[in-house]
Design a protein. Structure first.
Length: 723
């Protein structure tokens, strides 16, 4: 702007509405509100959706096309699989949808997919040879419904630019200067779109950190940022190496970890922040001990350093890990919130109400129409609905067209009257589209359809919650319509604008922000966020790094980048925790420490041990999987030479390292009896003192010579029967 560039010629793209809003706020602060309005700033999906609405006729779509979220898209997949008489347990909607999504993000059309030998071979090996045909039928169904899914917003925009030279020229001239945030997260389609848009002027500026490229499972390609200098002539590289977030200790640990990656742009981050506390590396006996330790540490930090709940984040590799943390936080009455659960907009009552609004805007939206045609119940049964779908497929028209012409399709008189009244009601709503804003129309829909009354009359706890959720939705629509209009560049207050806004929300945008709660989330969900105090749980092999992501160096390096992201979420204090034993998929497993622990600089660590329960004279012990850097203690109860973990009130006992007998070989323990002597690979020699559990999953309580009593799951333990 200072160089005389017209604001209307600048395009700035990012990945979440939250980030886009922050960009707009900063630009407004610098340029003032009037000039800031003239920039195109938004997410890839929102900006491209806006352009596609203006250009929809070129692609054969209505201007008010519906944007299907993931649930809608999977519902269409289920419908297609059913209509093709395929086994839905084999062609699971999630699996098929992910396959289609991956193809779209790689700019592969259904026809190209079917003709791609490599893709067909992959499907054959997976015993799903008909995914190409499902992909074709899925796209046809979406097109007939006047709908695009999230991936279409990229694919269709690329097709618009690639097949309509006048549109390409128009937007190349309009966007002379292109700026992209989080460039390391771009996928193939986003990359190709930017190449097309920027080809005329080559004024492309990108910001990104290759060390934070962690979304390959979504199609993100780290090569986009690694190869950027080769894509454009005379590229100027500006290294932003100062870190303003983390303490020196935290940043030093992060730098040393990521230095193990070969595929990266060399840089050396530094900070002028203070040195800060050492990073606490804590080992616990079980995942439940891990949860208790973290909850105790949060409570202690709140008391000692006057932190609020909102200052803490607990991060983990997989959503399943949240259980032990949740249970411990609840027991201590510490308020928390899980990110990545069911989004507000995915709740049934919200989806139902929004489906009415979607049908009003686009009656061809079959997925929405199926949700509301008999809700609240009006007497249109399953058979009548399936009949409408069948006629629509036979006639190659929309389900809505069938309902409009119901008299032609042989419905009995009572059903025909109900359908006719339903169609009249929807058309009445449509007549108000140009007269009412989104909120006024939503209120009308709530009253006329009976949804509000239906939920209000349900006096159960769940019913009350659903009613309150609907009221919250109406509040959000009112807030949307009362926000001051920003001419041209921000959305208007129409129903269409509102639906586009909420459809394009991401998990990162669904954040109340100011709630005083501890935040629990996966590391992927935490990217871009920061917290004064961070706990990273589950640093164990096959969990982090994940067993599914260590088959190649590229996969392992992405896992290491994920660890780097986790570390750098912390500003002041960081805990890294892992467990000897963890329940996974219903089984208790023994774990080895993550290989990433070996990459941590010793001088920056404060290593502690936590866990153990002295109630009922039973003690949880440590497994003997220590690496040489951890001292091995004998079986005596002695003071530990290393610093004790906070809030551990019971002594921690190390087991004695046992060397298995030379002739050790696992015995058949299906008939193991009380009183028998056994040898365990790690715990040594002991006597069976109790047998319990189901016949298919027996558990033996063994009193070991040096390591006390332990419960052993016989289906998983390797025991040698001595006598």
């Amino acid at each position: 702007m200072a160089s005389g560039v017209d604001a209307f010629q600048i395009l700035a793209l990012t990945f979440t509405n939250k980030a886009a809003a922050e960009m707009k706020e900063r630009v407004t602060h610098i340029l003032g509100n009037n000039e800031a309005r003239n920039l195109y700033i938004g997410t890839f999906h929102s900006v491209f959706a806006r352009i596609l609405r203006a250009e929809a006729d070129k692609l054969g779509y209505p201007r008010n096309f519906t944007i299907y979220d993931t649930d809608d898209a999977k519902s269409v997949v289920k419908t297609v699989v059913k209509e093709m008489n395929l086994d839905d347990k084999h062609y699971k909607a999630n699996t098929v949808y992910n396959r289609i999504s991956g193809a779209k993000n790689s700019l592969i059309t259904p026809e190209e997919y079917i003709n791609d030998y490599g893709l067909q071979q992959e499907d054959m090996r997976a015993n799903r040879p008909l995914i190409g045909q499902i992909y074709t039928a899925y796209c046809n169904r979406c097109y007939k419904n006047g709908a695009m899914d999230f991936d279409d917003l990229l694919l269709k925009f690329y097709q618009l630019l690639n097949t309509h030279p006048e549109s390409l020229s128009k937007y190349q001239r309009k966007f002379k200067y292109i700026m992209i945030d989080e460039y390391q997260d771009t996928n193939t389609s986003q990359y190709q779109i930017i190449k097309l848009l920027g080809a005329m002027h080559e004024n492309v500026a990108v910001v990104g950190d290759d060390a934070q490229s962690i979304y390959s499972f979504r199609g993100a390609t780290i090569e986009n940022i690694l190869q950027f200098q080769k894509d454009y002539d005379e590229v100027k590289v500006v290294m932003l190496e100062q870190n303003y977030r983390s303490s020196q200790n935290i940043l030093h640990v992060a730098n040393q970890v990521i230095a193990n990656n070969k595929g990266q742009i060399p840089k050396k981050l530094w900070t002028s922040n203070n040195e800060g506390e050492k990073i606490k590396l804590v080992r616990t006996a079980t995942d439940n001990d891990e949860g208790k330790y973290v909850a105790d540490a949060i409570q202690e930090q709140k008391l000692r350093n006057h932190y609020r709940n909102s200052d803490f984040a607990i991060l983990y590799r997989t959503n399943a890990q949240s259980r032990s943390f949740e249970e411990s936080l609840r027991r201590m009455n510490i308020a928390y919130r899980i990110y990545g659960g069911i989004s507000f907009y995915q709740r049934k009552e919200i989806k139902d109400f929004l489906s009415y609004l979607r049908v009003i805007l686009n009656p061809g939206d079959e997925e929405a129409l199926k949700r509301i045609i008999n809700y609240p119940a009006r007497g249109i049964g399953k058979t009548s609905i399936e009949k409408a779908i069948l006629f629509a497929n036979q006639q190659n028209i929309s389900m809505w067209n069938v309902l409009e012409r119901a008299a032609e399709f042989g419905y009995k008189a009572s059903t025909l009257e109900i359908i006719t009244n339903f169609v009249i009601m929807i058309k009445m709503f449509q007549s108000e589209l140009q007269k009412k804003n989104a909120y006024d129309l939503a209120i009308l829909v709530g009253k006329q359809t009976g949804i509000v009354k239906d939920l209000f009359n349900d006096k159960t706890t769940e019913g009350l919650a659903r009613y309150e959720n609907l009221q919250e939705l109406l509040n959000s629509i009112k807030e949307f319509t009362e926000t001051p209009t920003e001419d041209g560049e921000l959305l208007d207050k129409s129903l269409g604008s509102y639906l586009q806004q909420i459809t394009l929300l991401t998990d990162a945008d669904d954040d109340k922000g100011d709630s005083d709660v501890v935040k629990l989330m996966t590391i992927h969900a935490a990217k871009g966020l920061e917290f004064p105090v961070v706990f990273v749980g589950g640093l164990e092999e096959t969990l982090f790094p994940n067993a599914m992501a260590i088959n190649t160096r590229e996969e392992l390096e992405e896992e290491r980048r994920l660890f780097y992201v986790a570390i750098t979420r912390a500003k002041n204090r960081l805990w890294l925790t892992y467990s000897n034993n963890r329940y996974r998929f219903g089984n208790l497993t023994q774990n080895e420490p993550s290989r990433f622990i070996d990459e941590l600089p010793e001088e920056r660590l404060d290593k502690s041990f936590a866990g153990g329960n002295m109630r009922n004279n039973q003690t949880n012990h440590w497994n003997a999987f220590d690496k040489p850097k951890y001292p091995v203690y004998n079986q005596k109860r002695e003071p530990q030479p290393e610093k004790q973990a906070y809030l551990v009130s019971t002594p921690v006992i190390k087991i004695k390292e046992h060397i298995p007998s030379p002739d050790f070989a696992p015995s058949d323990t299906s008939n193991l009896q009380t009183g028998q002597k056994i040898e365990h690979q790690k715990f040594g020699f002991g006597e069976v003192i109790k047998m319990e559990g189901a016949a298919h999953n027996p558990v033996a309580t063994v009193k070991f010579e040096y390591n006390g009593e332990k419960k052993i799951m016989l289906n998983y333990a390797k025991l040698r029967i001595v006598e």
